[in-house]
Design a protein around this ligand. Structure first.
Ligand code: HEC
Length: 143
């Protein structure tokens, strides 16, 4: 009997421990907090080029507001762009941009996740959250 009670106790405590970790959809307060933190990173690292309204600078820095890839499903592209920067002349949504984007490899996984969540959920953009785990996995593959 003692043994059974013991097993029951272990089971119930482990279950109770596991319950809050169940992954549901990202809650609104969590999203709001990530956007707030991401805005701080944006002001320090991105705003000078992409502008406060996300509108960019014609022919130099692409707009992030309304940009198809910023709102798109390829999060690895976005993570790589922030980590490595971009130096080649590129075509984005039918326009060419020629400035150099600086690298941000020194930012933490959380900071990169937050700033991407911020640009994906600011101005007219509405897209899914980027998590620190996604940044960590992508960073490991980026040379
Ligand atoms: C020095 C200016 C500069 C800074 C600072 C900068 N960018 Fe950029 N960004 C660019 C340029 C220029 C491009 C386009 C690539 C090119 O011309 O080489 C670009 C491209 C991008 C793209 C790809 C857009 C698309 O639609 O494909 C994303 C996303 C992006 N930047 C996000 C950021 C974020 C987030 C930050 C801050 C962590 C940041 N940028 C900081 C200049 C900058």
């Amino acid at each position: 009997m003692k043994k059974i009670v013991g097993v029951f106790l272990i089971l119930s405590t482990t279950t109770a421990f596991m319950l809050p970790q169940k992954k549901a959809a990202v809650s609104q307060p969590t999203l709001k907090a990530a956007i707030e933190r991401g805005k701080t990173v944006y002001l320090q690292r991105c705003m000078a080029c992409h502008q406060m309204d996300g509108g960019g600078v014609p022919r130099l820095n692409p707009p992030l507001d309304g940009a198809s890839k910023v709102k798109g499903a390829d999060k690895v592209y976005l993570i790589r762009t922030v980590i490595k920067g971009m130096t080649e002349r590129v075509e984005i949504d039918g326009e060419y941009y020629d400035n150099n984007m600086s690298a941000n490899a020194d930012l933490t996984d959380v900071q990169i996740a937050d700033v991407l969540t911020y640009i994906r959920n600011s101005w007219s953009n509405k897209a899914s959250v980027v998590s620190a785990a996604e940044v960590k996995a992508a960073r490991a593959k980026i040379k």
